[in-house]
Ligand binder design. Structure first.
Ligand SMILES: [Zn+2]
Ligand SMILES: [Zn+2]
Length: 209
C-alpha cells in the first residue's frame, strides 16, 4: 500500500496558477491570501497541510469586499473547507491566525490598513464596487495589482505577529452515519432526528435544526 502523502513545496507561480484555477477569476485578494498564508507558514516553519496538521482561523465575514482572501489561504496552507481545518471568525477583517497543532504554536498575519486602502482605491475595486464581476474586468486592469501583491515584501503588505503558544483542541470526529427513513439519503447519525418514531434527516423532520 502506498501512502497518500504529497508534500509539495510549490513555487509561488504555480501556487498562483493553482489558486486562480480554483478561485475562478484573477483578482488581487486571492493572491493576498496566498502571501498571508505563506508568511505565516514561513514564520512557523511548517509545510502545507496534507491532513489537518494546521488550523486557520480567518477573520473574514460573509458578503463583504475582498473575501477572495480566504481562497488564497486555503490554496497555500492546505487549510480547507472540505478538511474542516479552517474557520471564519466573522470579524470583517483580513487577518489569519495559523496554528501548528503539533508544536502548539501560532502566528497571526493581517493585511496592513495601507494594503487594503491601496486595494480599495484601485480601478479594479472601483469597478467591483459598481457591480462589475471580477471576471468581466480587463486583465490589464488587474495585472499590476496581482504583480504588486505577488512581489511586495511581506513586511510591506502585512503585520506579522511573533510566534505565540496556542493549543488547538479538535472537536470529536464522527464516522457514524445512518439512512433517513423518509428520503433514503445518508445522514451523519448525530444530525439525524426522531420524528413520529422514525429516524429522519433534518429537512425531512421539519425541525429547524
Ligand atoms: Zn477574487
Ligand atoms: Zn430525509
Amino acid at each position: 500500500m502506498s501512502v497518500n502523502k504529497e508534500v509539495e513545496v510549490m513555487p509561488y507561480d504555480e501556487l498562483l496558477e493553482l489558486g486562480q484555477k480554483f478561485h475562478g477569476h484573477k483578482c488581487p485578494a486571492m493572491p493576498l491570501g496566498l502571501r498571508a498564508a505563506l508568511a505565516a507558514m514561513d514564520k512557523l516553519g511548517v509545510e502545507r497541510a496534507t491532513d489537518k496538521q494546521l488550523m486557520a482561523l480567518i477573520e473574514l465575514d460573509d458578503d463583504h469586499c475582498a473575501t477572495c482572501f480566504g481562497d488564497g489561504i486555503q490554496v497555500a496552507s492546505g487549510c480547507t473547507f472540505g478538511k474542516g481545518n479552517i474557520k471564519k471568525l466573522h470579524y470583517g477583517k483580513w487577518g489569519v491566525t495559523l496554528i501548528d497543532k503539533q508544536s502548539k504554536r501560532a502566528v497571526r498575519v493581517v493585511a496592513k490598513a495601507e494594503t487594503m486602502k491601496k486595494n480599495k482605491e484601485s480601478e479594479f475595486m472601483q469597478l467591483r464596487a459598481s457591480g462589475v464581476p471580477a471576471s468581466q474586468i480587463a486583465y490589464e486592469v488587474v495585472k499590476p495589482l496581482i504583480e504588486m501583491v505577488s512581489s511586495a515584501p511581506e513586511n510591506s503588505l502585512f503585520n506579522i505577529s511573533e510566534v505565540f503558544d496556542y493549543e488547538w483542541q479538535d472537536a470529536p470526529h464522527t464516522f457514524e452515519s445512518t439512512v433517513c427513513e423518509s428520503c433514503g439519503e445518508s445522514v451523519v447519525t448525530r444530525n439525524a432526528r426522531v420524528k413520529d418514531g422514525r429516524v429522519v434527516c433534518i429537512p425531512c423532520s421539519g425541525y429547524g435544526r
